[in-house]
Design a protein around this ligand. Structure first.
Ligand code: GUN
Length: 291
């Protein structure tokens, strides 16, 4: 069994981006610049955004974190996005989701200039991805592709089973794995809450991407011998023995699935670091398109 170590793969990508950023600075150019918007004080969102900002600093990217109380009006938030759209020194914009209920996700996503849409959620980015001319691929599926590439996982002709149909992970992942490209060229089945024979389908999967957000959902009896397992889940489960008071659990019951698999991502340290690597790659690409 091979551990698909996301920390290791992300480190290689970060080192490459750091070198490229140093080279830009030596030419007297500014660094790529990511602006992140965080609304409210959700613990998980705080952690994700802090990690994105910290990683920018590590590789020499500029970053701006704009924080707003959960009482900010939709109108005001849209104005803030417009300001970042018009700021020529900002290459990438992300609004950490979820936003409070009185604010429309769609309006927020649609407000971002597609040339700065490093999350890849804007309909223009989605359309470009579906029509085979991707501009920005959502960071998590992009990170998973980079991970499969880093570890040279064979994907051509394989049956990939994607569990979960979210716009952030499952849906783009299924499109990308079916593309005529590497990593890709898979036969893809996308499963969701209305799938009636999930176990049977999973047992056919050469590659399983578990992205449903239910802790330890995928068990050994659902996985065929030698499958490649990609675990996107990160659910916080109460754990008094941890300083933080919680443990992070993936969507895969790692201890029993790992021995059956040929390769598997750990949680934490698998897809998580790769999501950030995908975001940084998108930010670098947004910057380069303007040069
Ligand atoms: N919330 C959960 N995942 C993501 C993500 O990839 N980007 C943003 N902006 N918010 C998220």
């Amino acid at each position: 069994m091979q551990l698909l170590d996301g920390k290791l793969a992300a480190q290689a990508i970060k080192e490459d981006l750091k070198k490229k950023t140093s080279a830009l600075q030596e030419q007297g150019k500014r660094s790529p610049h990511l602006a992140a918007i965080l609304v409210g004080t959700d613990g998980a969102s705080e952690t994700y955004v802090a990690s994105k900002v910290k990683t920018c600093a590590e590789i020499g990217f500029e970053s701006t974190l704009k924080r707003f109380p959960s009482t900010i009006s939709e109108e005001e938030l849209l104005r803030e996005i417009e300001e970042l759209n018009n700021n020529a020194d900002v290459d990438g914009i992300l609004v950490q989701l979820p936003v409070p209920k009185h604010i429309s996700d769609d309006k927020v996503i649609n407000a971002i200039d597609p040339s700065k849409d490093v999350d890849g959620f804007h309909p223009v980015s989605v359309g470009n991805m579906v029509s085979g001319t991707p501009t920005f691929i959502p960071a998590t599926p992009y990170g998973i592709l980079l991970l499969l590439e880093h570890f040279k996982v064979e994907t051509k002709g394989k049956h990939a089973v994607v569990i979960g149909r979210s716009h952030i992970v499952g849906t783009p992942m299924s499109i990308l794995l079916s593309r005529k490209a590497y990593p890709g060229n898979c036969t893809v089945t996308i499963c969701h809450s209305a799938t009636t024979n999930l176990k049977e389908i999973c047992l056919q999967g050469d590659i399983i991407v578990a992205a449903l957000g239910q802790a330890e959902f995928l068990t050994a009896d659902m996985v065929k011998e030698g499958a490649v397992i990609v675990d996107v889940g990160i659910t916080r489960v109460a754990d008094a023995s941890k300083k933080s008071g919680f443990a992070l659990k993936g969507d895969v019951k790692f201890d029993e699935v790992a021995p059956k698999s040929s390769a598997i991502t750990p949680v934490p340290g698998g897809v998580g670091p790769m999501t950030i690597a995908g975001l940084l790659m998108n930010t670098y690409n947004a910057y380069m398109k303007k040069q």
